[in-house]
Ligand binder design. Structure first.
Ligand code: ASP
Length: 329
């Protein structure tokens, strides 16, 4: 392996950070979980495993942690259920797998991967996806496993606000974001992306967001990998993840600029918000967002997890863009 690439892993735990709602204990728990996810994923890369293994290893840690809106701790639908979506894409083979609207799959990202590896399809939904999980031995749990009191209270608050026809800006943010995602570059220069989510608090009618849609919330090719978090409807309409990667690989736009254009200019100009993580084949990292914060982190050559939450925090990516291009305003 004389041309071995230096591996890099980037993760997010959602752009739904509301500064006022954070406290030192929660901050500590979130930072520890992000660091653990980075270490687990990076361990795969250091062992020479494919980028996809790092993506699923990191996301599994975040799905199992109740602080994030994915797996355990997922938000509730209008009907009081946890309905989970996830996707993976391998940038080297351009293969992808996705699942939507499952209620019993402990780690949705592992089922998305199984769809990619073991089925002739790209996307499975609902009962069929769970039947497939059973067939291929992906762990199923009782739906009560996903429940947390905090998420339940968020639903009660959302229902009350709806009944009173009130829309609180913070609540809108809390409703829409919290997804987890990862993008990785392995020692052989292969890229991969994955995203897992409970979607949006109070979602109805089998609503599916951008996360499991290849090209919208998740995308990878041989030059770029992206995982998004934010108001999914806007990510779908801008085909955000694919759009960023096309600018990078077809139009030769630098990664940070391409990601900032889509996330911090085009999505807000349509009325949406959120963030994304992006990685190119040279190991450049971009983590733009336009909310109070985005749970995020990366790990590269020095093998140390770099973790950040707020916008004014140095996340070590040394964004060279002028402020006018790297923030929403
Ligand atoms: N993008 C996700 C969705 O719309 C939500 C999130 O990022 O938390 O389902």
């Amino acid at each position: 392996m004389s041309h071995a690439t230096t591996p890099v892993l980037v993760i997010h735990g959602g752009a739904g950070v509301i500064k006022r709602d954070m406290n030192p204990a929660r901050e500590k728990a979130v930072r520890a979980a992000l660091a653990q996810a980075l270490q687990n994923g990076y361990g795969q890369l250091k062992a020479g495993k494919p980028a996809m293994d790092a993506v699923t290893a990191a996301i599994t840690v975040l799905e199992n942690d109740p602080n994030f809106n994915a797996g355990k701790g997922a938000v509730f639908t209008h009907d009081g259920k946890n309905e989970l979506d996830a996707a993976v894409m391998d940038g080297f083979t351009l293969k992808a797998g996705a699942i939507a609207g499952v209620h019993r799959v402990k780690n949705p990202i592992l089922l998305a991967r199984a769809v990619m590896d073991k089925s002739p399809h790209v996307m499975l939904a609902g009962d069929g996806a769970e039947a497939f999980a059973k067939e291929v031995g992906v762990e199923l749990v009782d739906p009560s496993y996903f429940r947390t009191e905090e998420r339940w209270q968020q639903l009660q608050k959302a229902l009350k606000e709806d009944a009173e026809h009130r829309q609180h800006e913070d609540m809108e943010t809390a409703r829409h974001f919290g997804t987890v995602g990862a993008v990785a570059l392995d020692t052989q220069g292969r890229l991969a992306a994955g995203t897992s989510t409970g979607g949006m608090t109070n979602k109805r009618w089998g609503r599916i967001g951008d996360s499991p849609l290849i090209g919208a919330g998740t995308y990878a090719n041989n030059g770029c990998a992206v995982s998004g978090t934010g108001w999914g409807e806007f990510y779908i309409r801008t085909v955000a993840a694919h759009e960023i990667c096309m600018r990078v690989t077809q139009m030769r736009v630098p990664l940070k600029r391409a990601a900032a254009e889509v996330i911090n200019q085009e999505i807000p100009s349509m009325g949406g918000n959120g963030g994304a993580i992006a990685l190119d084949a040279q190991g450049n990292v971009a983590m733009p967002f336009n909310t109070d914060g985005m749970f995020r982190g990366w790990i590269g050559e020095d093998g140390k997890p770099h973790v950040a939450i707020y916008g004014d925090e140095d996340d070590g990516t040394h964004d060279p863009l002028p402020a006018s291009e790297s923030s929403a305003e």
